[in-house]
Structures are given as C-alpha cells and as structure tokens.
Design a protein around this ligand. Structure first.
Ligand code: F0G
Length: 456
C-alpha cells in the first residue's frame, strides 16, 4: 500500500471552536497583530509550534499515573534516567523543565564573555542564552541551505570548512563548545547527515573542543539518515540514534518535540566536572537533580515518549504527513523550502509577497493574512525573529523571511492539513493585496514573542 495512514486510532478528542473572519479581525487587532498574543481557542488549526503540543499515547498517560512525586530519588527519576541513558548513551543526565532551561545551564557553565559558539543554525532561545552570558552565537550552515528550493538530502548540515576557518581564526580556547542542531529547525527543519555529525565531532576533538548536539528532533533526523544516507538503509532508527550520539560529548534536549511530552527537557554529558557544575546551578533555579523542575509524572511520560518516537511506522507517517503539505504547496507553485523537513513546512514569504520589503516583515504579514483567511496560526521565522542585533540595536533584514507551519505530532489528520493547503492557496490568489507591517513596540530580547505591529 502506498497510502501512509495514521498509525493510531483516536481515543479522546478536543473540540475546535470555529470563528468568522470578522471575529478574527477583532482578535488580531487586540493582539497587536502578534499571533503569540491570541487566545488559543480563537485559532482553528494551530501550527504555531510542534513543541509541547503533541498528543500523548494511552501508554504515556498510564505511565503518568505511576508518577512518583518524592522530592529526592523518585522511581520516576530512575525510569527517566534509564531511558535517556539507554537511548542516548551518556552517563550523566540532568533533567530540566524544558529545552531552554538546559541551554541556560549549559551557557552559564561553559561560556565566558567573548567566547564563540558555532552551530549549523542556532535556535532563537539557544542564541539568546549564549548572548545573555556574553558569548557570540555563530551560524555556519552548509552552502546548500541558502538555496531554499534546492533539492538536496541534508540541507541541515554544518559547513565544516567554515568551522575549520573559524577555529583557526579565533583559536580553540575561545570556543567552549561546537554545537549541531538536529534537525536544523531555524534552517528549515532540514536533517543533518551522519557524515556531517562525524566530521564536526572529529574536528572538535582534534582541537580539544567539546561537541554537543541540540537534539529535540533526534528521531526525525535519524529517520532521514535511514532513508537518505548510504549505508544506513538496513540499520534501525534506534541504532542510528546510538551512533549519532556516540560522536558527541553531550546533548541538550527539549522533550516537548519528538518525545511527545507537553513539558520537559534534559541535558546529557560525559564530563563529570561539567555534570557537577550543571547540577549545582540546577538546584539554584530548577530543582533537585532527580526532578529538575518537572513532576515525577512528567519524567514518566518522557521515558515512554522517548521510546515511542523511535517506532519506524510512526516516523514513516510523521515524515509523510509533512511531505504531503510541502508537496501540495509546491504543486500549486507556492514557494516553499524543498525538500520537506521533518516537523514543519516553511513558506518563502519574500517570494510569496515580493512587494513587501524585508523591513516590512513579509513573514509576519503572511502569518497575519493566513490567520485572517482561515484561522490558521503559523509563526514568522525571519526579520522579526532575527533582525534586531541585541548588542548594537541595529535592525537589518534577516537572511530569510519565512512562515513556518509546524505540525504537532499525532494531533491533526490529513483533512485538517488539506484545509490548511486550501487556505494558503486562497491567500496566494489575492497575495497582491497583502500589506506590510511596522513594529509599534518591542522588548529588548526575543521581540517576536511580544512585539506589537500595525499595518503600513
Ligand atoms: N532547540 C531547538 C532546535 C528548538 O526547536 C527549541 C524549541 C529549543 C531548542 C528550545 O526548547 O522550547 O523546550 O525550551 N523550539 C520550539 C519551536 C519552541 O517552536 O520550534 P524549549
């Protein structure tokens, strides 16, 4: 059979509240044209993020009932630690309430002011946490990544030659860690090849630099390796994951993505000294090292989810459903990042709305229009998110202006996605009428979460 079906039946449902265009106009005005400020119940299809929004299985819910809420040494902790060690292979596991808490601990322990941290592409909170301790977050995506329409298998790769040049320019002592984000979220959800992971690791270790993987979407990345990289066709996703992390000194994980959890994260390392420092900081702000800001039941849900996301029938369905959205948009000539990434479709808003200058935020303008059209919420990844330099205060166009439509795991069916495709196709028909935006007010950091906009 060629049709990839949802590998589950639906047991519990959450009703969707429908809205009219007139109502949506009012909600948007009240939200300052910022989709983060909408009430979720006023959204029909919510593709703001795939983070914390996935549907847990009956098994994960059942495991939550087994949660041991003891302050120290809970059974839930030992089940969680065993699952993480088993899957990722690191000896030290630090639980955190979500990915960015792991990033903050990591930045505080490893980075001194003026140091440089390279990555294929930093996620926005990773960048912000590095910058908050005076570090410099450097993106070194591979050259193929800059051609949004180019069909290449591993556009999430890091530019290893550029990494080599960076090390010789700034010196290994100034680089506290080399990072690699799998899949490369800010770079279009594109996968990183095993060859690239191996090469980054080799170069890091040649210079005595620790190598850490930002691994929220590790299972989706592993599935792409199985599908696309020679030599991995016959390996199980489980084995591929083991190999990916065998090259690393540690990883930072938001369990809110591939692991289906509504909350949670962790940090792993092989370095006992680093683990000790991380734990001390953890106690200061997150919690005792056997719960790290999570309830015991959350730890149990993550332990189950980490195994479930390695199921290859699930991954096949997951990757197919993202591909369905991207392929249909492509067939309609709508400019979209190709090939499809794992967790989201990314529309090239600059090409969709060529009459809107980057400093009039075409990604945000498209996000606003799609919400007005059909109540679909996506997120801008572009000049609103990355355009303001926090050190100099100068605003410049970001490299790209994209609209990301992230797909929560196991939540929407194909007809929901077909509704989204129809909505985008309608906006495409009247794209000339979409207006640019200006920012009315913005905070000093991470402005995309709370800036207010108005139409130009
Ligand atoms: N790293 C990557 C690659 C991410 O995509 C995210 C979150 C984080 C770290 C931070 O994890 O949210 O648990 O604190 N990405 C979400 C998104 C928010 O919508 O892409 P967190």
């Amino acid at each position: 059979m060629k049709t990839a079906i949802e590998p589950f039946r639906i047991k519990t449902i959450e009703p969707i509240q429908f809205t009219t265009r007139l109502e949506r106009e009012r909600y948007l005005q009240e939200a300052g044209l910022n989709l983060f400020s909408l009430r979720a119940e006023d959204v029909i299809i919510d593709l703001l993020t795939d983070s914390g929004t996935s549907a847990m299985s009956a098994q994960a819910w059942a495991a939550m009932m087994q949660g041991d809420e003891s302050y120290a040494g809970a059974r839930s902790w030992y089940r969680f630690e065993a699952a993480v060690q088993d899957i990722f292979g690191f000896p030290y596991v630090i639980p955190t309430h979500q990915g960015r808490a792991a990033e903050r601990l990591f930045a505080n322990v490893l980075i001194k002011p003026g140091m440089v941290v390279p990555n294929n592409t930093h996620f926005d909170t990773t960048r912000a946490n590095i910058e908050a301790v005076g570090g410099k977050a450097m993106d070194l995506p591979c050259p193929e990544a800059s051609d949004l329409a180019l069909e290449a298998p591993f556009k999430g790769d890091m530019d290893i030659a550029a990494l080599e040049r960076l090390i010789s320019e700034v010196g290994a002592m100034q680089i506290p860690a080399i990072m690699l984000t799998v899949t490369n979220n800010s770079g279009g959800g594109q996968p990183v090849s095993m060859a690239n992971i191996r090469a980054a690791s080799k170069l890091a270790h040649l210079h005595g630099i620790p190598f850490y993987i930002d691994a929220c979407r590790f299972a989706e990345n592993a599935y792409f390796i199985k599908q696309r990289e020679a030599g991995y066709e016959e390996m199980s996703v489980r084995e591929i994951v083991r190999e990916m992390f065998a090259y690393a000194d540690g990883c930072l994980v938001s369990a809110k993505k591939d692991a289906f959890a509504n909350i949670g994260g962790f940090l792993c390392t092989r370095d006992d000294r680093v683990a000790e420092q991380l734990r001390s900081l953890l106690i200061l702000s997150e919690g005792f090292p056997t719960y790290g800001g999570l309830a015991g039941r959350d730890l149990d849900a993550i332990a189950v989810g980490l195994y479930e996301c390695l199921d290859e029938n699930y991954l096949n369905y997951r990757i197919h459903s993202t591909q369905h959205l991207v392929d249909k948009l492509h067939e309609l000539d709508i400019p979209v990042i190709r090939p499809a990434g794992g967790h989201a479709a990314y529309i090239d808003a600059r090409r969709f709305l060529p009459h809107i200058e980057p400093l009039q935020y075409p990604g945000q303008a498209l996000a606003v229009e799609l919400y007005l059209e059909a109540g679909v919420r996506g997120v801008e990844v572009g000049t609103v998110m990355f355009g303001r330099d926090v050190h100099t205060g100068i605003e410049r166009p970001a490299k790209w202006d994209l609209l990301r439509l992230a797909i929560p795991r196991r939540v929407y069916t194909q007809s929901h996605i077909d509704y989204v495709i129809e909505a985008i196709a309608q906006v495409w028909q009247h794209r000339d009428r979409v207006r640019g935006l200006k920012i009315v007010s913005e905070p000093p950091y991470l402005r995309h979460f709370s800036a207010y906009f108005s139409f130009i």
